[in-house]
Design a protein around this ligand. Sequence first.
Ligand code: FAD
Ligand code: NAP
Length: 339
Amino acid sequence: MTASWQEHVSLKPYNTFGIDVKARYFTQAHNDGEVREALAQARERGVAVLVIGGGSNLLLTRDVDALVLHIASRGRRVVSDEAGRVVVEAEAGEPWHPFVQWSLQQGFCGLENLSLIPGTVGAAPMQNVGAYGVEIKDVFAGLTALDRETGELRDFGLEQCAFGYRDSLFKRSPGRWLILRVRFALSHTLQAHLDYGPVRQRLVEQGAQPPTAQAISDAICSIRREKLPDPVELGNAGSFFKNPVVPADRVARIRAEHPGVVAYPQADGQMKLAAGWLIEQAGWKGFRDGDAGVHRLQSLVLVNYGQASGAQLHGLAQRIQADIQQKFGVELEMEPNLY
Ligand code: FAD
Ligand code: NAP
């Protein structure tokens, strides 16, 4: 056994669904050297590697017969600050929300709408994390990743990441790139994005006029705390399904039968359907089967009431998918990474 590896480690504390599966091997990497060492040792021993950050976008359906490599690197810094544009960089293992708060405390604007998203900086580009009208692609300045096939370091600019809706090059090539650090282009001047959901109204209620970046962050945190279960109290991985983007005539057909359908026009002429609305209409909101359930306030979120297995949650997700397909003719795609 390699000195720093542990065996048969419960992953319960390492995934926000709180699923109790075991890793055959487990280790943590605090810097690039430890990442390289773990990957080299795994290669020598013919052991597969599963990289994890905060485990907030994972559904573990079985024991992991691999080395689970937990990215635990820390560090954040200002790279440049010129003419109102600030580039900041953070190590992959930095927890996301404290990093956002740090950037706001420095007086840097740009990440406020992405407040209170769980997980790490290194995983954020995987699905181009987004919330309340902002995605990381909007503030992205670059990242450094290790090519697990060749061992080479590579810097990626915006174009090379092929960011899409909850998607990226990295998500489409699982196991290839290990993201080591990410850079963001922020600003000393606020460009507020307030048109999404109840953000503007909440700021008015809070008397934050004109709003600061910190006030927007606070408003978004308060909205999220009201609607979303805290994984510390109730296991979940946030939205379990992506909002399906479908041709406009499909929405028109659904609207003929369901006038209240919620859908948003996309730049390419298609429409983004609110998956949560479809699931709620189909009667799943608050549904519970054993310890696997659909959250009572937000039907896009599957929850673990305690002892649900990943397979039970996956089974529930498949039942929901089949029902939505049958009732609306719409395919729901799962958002978390399934193992
Ligand atoms: P993990 O779950 O640990 O990993 C996710 C994937 O990335 C895995 O495939 C893993 O192998 C890979 N990975 C992890 N780190 C690295 C790395 N350094 N290099 C290469 N691959 C890596 N998401 C949103 O987009 N918007 C939201 O508003 C949002 N809200 C959420 C709210 C709640 C309550 C929860 C529980 C989740 C929410 N999420 C949201 C989903 C999740 O928080 C994000 O996707 C987050 O970026 C995942 O980070 P993580 O470190 O937990 O990733
Ligand atoms: P919400 O405000 O109730 O809105 C429902 C859905 O409608 C959202 O999924 C959102 O799509 C879409 N939407 C709302 N206003 C829109 C607008 N002006 N233009 C285009 N689309 C609009 O959603 P919520 O569940 O409370 O979440 C709020 C935000 O946090 C959303 O951006 C959501 O994506 C994000 N969030 C993500 C996760 C995750 O795990 N991925 C978990 C919790 C919250 P989008 O999802 O495409 O934005």
